[in-house]
Design a protein around this ligand. Sequence first.
Ligand SMILES: Cc1cc2nc3c(=O)[nH]c(=O)nc-3n(C[C@H](O)[C@H](O)[C@H](O)COP(=O)(O)OP(=O)(O)OC[C@H]3O[C@@H](n4cnc5c(N)ncnc54)[C@H](O)[C@@H]3O)c2cc1C
Length: 407
Amino acid sequence: MSLFDKVVYHPDTTLVDIGPGLLWDPGVYDQLVPKYHRNVVGATSCPGVGVAGFNLGGGYGNKANQFGLAIDTIKAIEVVLPDGEVRTVSETSGGDIFWALKGGGNNFGIVTKWTMETHPQGDIWFLALNYDQQYFDQVQAAIWAYIQKQVPKSNVETRFEWTPANGNEFKVAAVCHAELFYDGPGPPEDLFKEFLEIPVIVQQKAENGTWKEMMECLPNLRQTYRMGWGSNGTDQPVNDLPDSFRGRYTCVMLSRYTPAFMKWVVELAEEVSKALKSHGGLQFYHNIWPLSPTMFENSPPSAWPHGPDTAFFPLPIRCLWQGKEDDKYWLDTLAAVTEKVRRYAIEQGCTTDGAPVYYNLALDGTDVSLIYRENLPRLVDIRARYDRLGVMNRTGGFRIPLEQPLL
Ligand SMILES: Cc1cc2nc3c(=O)[nH]c(=O)nc-3n(C[C@H](O)[C@H](O)[C@H](O)COP(=O)(O)OP(=O)(O)OC[C@H]3O[C@@H](n4cnc5c(N)ncnc54)[C@H](O)[C@@H]3O)c2cc1C
């Protein structure tokens, strides 16, 4: 899809057409923000994430508190349907297929263009900080203080992360990486006060307040392991990511945090990390990312069930390791940890048993009924009508079931 690489901004409607062959960064943001001073709800956790998968599954980013998910801001989609017909679908034309493509994954055709709403983009404020393990309790208290303030133009993402320590066969080093974002030149006074009072190992700032600078501060897909800065107080990375690394994300969907739940989650990550050294592990983290309870206020209907009544946001869990021989260990561990966190979150009132799993951070083998919940029967019906032959079975991803595909 790399030839689908255009970004075309329409000043009359303030909508933008985006090619699905692009990454958000480097890519979409470079073509849109400096020239038009407008922006979209795209990926912000890390350069290297593609537009297509992000937009087909949902899309949580720095602007989710203000505008919801990426799929909530999609206005039209050009798609090659499984029978080869090219169609542009929107809320007013193509009805159910437009709904199905927003969160329904790659079950309904190949997208060749996204049309998304844009919002004005001025200067931003961004700080990335790394904290030593001795301050983990204080960081959790800072997250809790931030949650109470509820400022939609802001976002705080933290990763409590363990990596094998250099030169010691058994030791693992821990660090908390925090990203503080405000969509304006300066945050309201005291918004991030509690974070800024904690001593840091190292920090990076978007000095001139541009969106591009913020993205440059973020670790990219290959560099993420380098964020495991030594907990010995130096600013040297613990290790480099080997070429042969393997890894998985999974997540638990939450509606709220409590201090006790946060503490338990961080302690669990530490416990799991004890196996890093003995099982080829390179990194393990729990990502505490408290989004706003009002983030879905204006979310239109879409295949992935979410709406104004309840917000759901992911608690991403990630492991990197090397060596195929450890695949089973880490995949089983990730599945077990995810279920353990989910169960405890239910017990603590931080989520419900029926919360939909997030397609883009779901482990292999996740049952689609857990992703689509009450929307699955409608999706099954749409797929049966649009993909009778089962053409989309030839692609990867989570499959909406199709009875007796003809191919
Ligand atoms: C480091 C990292 C950070 C992340 N951070 C976030 C985050 O902050 N928020 C979030 O919501 N998610 C996040 N994710 C998850 C991310 O949204 C998914 O991994 C998503 O699938 C990435 O999209 P992609 O296009 O890069 O992936 P790809 O693997 O290229 O594509 C994903 C799927 O879409 C299909 N596909 C690709 N192009 C098309 C097309 N044109 N038409 C139809 N199907 C197509 C592919 O066949 C594949 O099944 C992150 C992932 C990583 C690895």
